[in-house]
Design a protein around this ligand. Structure first.
Ligand SMILES: NC(=O)c1ccc[n+]([C@@H]2O[C@H](COP(=O)([O-])OP(=O)(O)OC[C@H]3O[C@@H](n4cnc5c(N)ncnc54)[C@H](O)[C@@H]3O)[C@@H](O)[C@H]2O)c1
Length: 273
């Protein structure tokens, strides 16, 4: 019960990483506010948490809408009397290269990643200060650390979260507010923990890229979030943690060599990729 007595908001918690984290936070004693735009799925997460003996409510909250984010924070405080944890998990972005991406697509990515995170934090921080302190957890990505092809808005938006958290740390650390970033590698976010991974060439090739030789499960991110949410990380703030099975630890020439070897041994996969 590492979160006993605490109240947590998780955005985008109807599926994937957010859903698994909401369930873990509730299992650890937190009252959880599940925010999402997929109302039926969000409500189903709440039913599952309650069925497991936890506390949760669902709130329709579109992270692109300031009023919804204000309402999400208000619902937490009205229902449970306080707010201790905010996990900025949902994101919205579109875009390809710097040349092909429209200004509107770029703006959408900035709205759907840094602006949404900023706004949720803006409304959460005063409530957390009233509660005696709090923890903001931002889900970025390995794409916030390095760049992949044709993803300009996602890469720029996710990389902004590190300095957003540092800024919150500098401004509100004295009030007991902490803010940290998790950068996941590829997560099989639509599978339940330990479901067998689909045995496709794409998955096999993907697993080969990771020093851990597997892709991530939603629980890999949920447990990192639990550390940042709990008082065990009371002196950890402004930090960026890659939870990526070692993906960003390996040199690119080493990776290229390994994948070339793999494709030599599995030429049948090459045809499918
Ligand atoms: N899955 C991965 O491999 C991976 C890797 C790195 C980072 N991430 C990050 O993790 C986070 C969660 O990803 P996931 O894979 O669990 O996603 P997912 O698609 O499984 O779930 C995302 C949830 O966000 C909700 N959502 C979408 N638009 C929304 C909006 N406007 N307002 C509120 N909620 C909205 C969806 O309804 C959905 O329930 C994202 O920020 C993503 O960028 C995922």
């Amino acid at each position: 019960m590492r979160l006993e007595g605490k109240v947590a908001i998780v955005t985008g918690a109807a599926n994937g990483i957010g859903k698994r984290t909401a369930r873990l936070f509730a299992a650890e004693g937190a009252a959880v506010v599940v925010g999402d735009v997929q109302d039926e799925l969000g409500q189903a997460v709440v039913e599952r948490i309650r069925g497991d003996g936890g506390m949760a409510i669902y709130v329709h909250a579109d992270i692109l809408k300031e009023d919804d984010l204000r309402g999400l924070v208000a619902a937490a405080v009205e229902t449970y009397g306080r707010l201790d944890i905010l996990m900025n998990n949902a994101q919205v972005s579109r875009g390809t290269t710097a040349v092909e991406t429209s200004a509107e697509q770029f703006d959408l990515g900035m709205d759907g990643i840094p602006r949404a995170t900023f706004l949720a934090s803006k409304y959460a921080i005063p409530e957390m200060i009233r509660a005696g302190g709090g923890s903001i957890i931002c889900v970025a990505s390995v794409h916030g650390l390095l760049a992949a092809r044709r993803s300009i808005t996602y890469e720029v938006g996710k990389s902004a979260l590190a300095n957003l958290c540092r800024q919150i740390t500098v401004d509100f650390g004295p009030h007991g507010i902490r803010a940290n970033v998790i950068c996941p590698g590829a997560i099989q976010s639509r599978l339940e923990d330990d479901d067998p991974s689909p045995n496709t060439a794409r998955i096999r090739y993907g697993q080969e890229m990771y020093p851990s030789r597997r892709l991530g499960w939603p629980r890999d991110i949920a447990y990192a979030a639990l550390f940042f949410a709990s008082d065990e990380s009371a002196w950890v703030t402004g930090q960026v943690l890659a939870v990526d099975g070692g993906l960003t630890s390996q040199l690119q020439d080493d990776l290229a060599h390994r994948l070339a070897q793999y494709l030599k041994q599995h030429p049948e996969d090459l045809a499918e990729l």
